[in-house]
Design a protein around this ligand. Structure first.
Ligand code: FMN
Length: 388
């Protein structure tokens, strides 16, 4: 049974690894604890049965972004995006997933040891249970495989879209469809408020904020150095993370790629501050915002800002993002507005958030399917099996 459950987990990772993450850094790690016995019981409501496997989602400290304090939020959200897809793929395989939150909790020595051995921060433990003893009966195999393939097709074709969206506004029915809750609240939580903003004046004011503040990111040496590490200039080279230059600026000839590789390098960018290049880049980004029909905003009440709620919010975002992709809609996150206090607080004032923090903002709209590639880590690099 453990072997079968390990296969279930492996297939779930195959799907979840397509989750989006900041800079495509993919800061997640899945640890399965085979034969886990009493030492982990403290956090579990009952001892593990023979048809159960203990598995843990963790934030990989070696992979997390750290140039700005606000990136910590994005790491939890990214892990939540992964968790959403992981849960979806587990449940499609006739298995159940019981959550035991480890972040924000006091951990016993066994858990602390797992965290330190794997250089990671443990977020949530999951007890994966086979619904029936054979897990999937023979006559269900094809149905389950075909459902998993459909999900894989959907998640692996979703892309962040950084070009111009179609001008069309979402109607009421579309918004209801995108925001409908199909995933359980034990996964997606209830504290994050997700909303679409279509007010023209608000979009114009947000455009001004991007034009005014986005240069902060391009001109901060530390932040840009970290970002630059994730830009990939050669689509043929083997890579497992980061994003291609072409995903930012569209297709271009080789010599132009070489030119950008040099121009965008952190030291050159510092020099280019003298001739206002970061402001020019901010202005270009703001033009895209100006032409967007709607924004997606997610906020959480200050009182409920916790690691767990950020991870859950990530799962909720994944649910909405997937529904959007299914409906021909793409997202372009605008983290430049949230990574520094000044623009974030200005945006919060615009949106009349009194006791709430905006944790995610994106331009959103209809697109014609983009043909873009985005690298991913292998299942083996994400999954670590521990025998105890
Ligand atoms: C929390 C979060 C913040 C992000 N912020 C930005 C951003 O500010 N600008 C941007 O172009 N993409 C942003 N992205 C998109 C990622 O760069 C993208 O998901 C990643 O490169 C993988 O590409 P894909 O979404 O096309 O698979 C963000 C993604 C996440 C999850």
């Amino acid at each position: 049974m453990t072997k079968k459950l390990l296969e279930v987990v492996s297939k779930a990772i195959e799907i979840a690894r397509w989750a989006p993450s900041s800079h495509n850094c993919q800061p997640w790690k899945v640890i399965t604890l085979e034969g886990a016995g009493k030492q982990y019981d403290v956090l579990l409501d009952q001892p593990l049965k023979s048809n159960e496997l203990l598995c843990c989602l963790a934030l990989d400290k070696k992979r997390q972004l750290s140039a700005l304090p606000s990136l910590q939020f994005e790491m939890y959200i990214s892990c939540g995006l992964f968790l959403g897809l992981f849960w979806l793929a587990i449940t499609q395989q006739k298995a159940r997933c019981r959550f035991h939150w480890l972040c924000d909790a006091e951990l016993n020595l066994s858990w602390l040891q797992v965290a330190s051995e794997h250089e990671s921060e443990l977020l949530v433990a999951m007890v994966i249970t086979a619904e029936n003893h054979d897990l999937i009966r023979d006559n269900q195999v094809n149905t389950v495989e075909s459902k998993l393939n459909q999900i894989l097709e959907l998640v692996s074709t979703r892309r962040t879209f950084r070009g111009l969206f179609e001008k069309k506004l979402f109607d009421h029915e579309m918004i209801e469809n995108l925001l409908s809750r199909r995933w359980p609240k034990v996964l997606t939580g209830g504290e994050a408020l997700v909303q679409f903003e279509q007010n023209g004046e608000l979009i114009r004011n947000t455009t001004k904020l991007v034009a005014k503040y986005a240069a902060l990111d391009f001109s901060s040496y530390r932040a840009w150095k970290e970002t630059y590490r994730y830009i990939r200039f050669d689509q043929q080279a083997d890579t497992e993370d980061g994003f291609y230059l072409q995903s930012l600026f569209g297709p271009m000839p080789k010599r132009k790629i070489k030119f950008y590789e040099y121009m965008l390098s952190p030291l050159v960018m510092q020099a280019l501050r003298l001739v206002n290049v970061p402001h020019y880049m901010a202005k270009e980004l703001s033009k895209l915002v100006e032409k967007s029909a709607q924004l997606l905003v997610i906020k959480i009440n200050d009182e409920h800002l916790s690691k767990r709620n950020l991870v859950m919010m990530g799962a909720r975002l994944m649910e909405v993002w997937l529904q959007a992709h299914h409906a021909g809609v793409a997202f372009h996150p605008l983290s430049v507005l949230l990574q520094h206090d000044e623009p974030r607080e200005a945006l919060q004032r615009l949106l009349q958030c009194h006791n709430e923090r905006i944790v995610f903002v994106a331009r959103v709209g209809y697109i014609k399917t983009p043909e873009d590639i985005s690298p991913r880590r292998t299942v083996q690099s994400i999954h670590t099996a521990v025998y105890s």
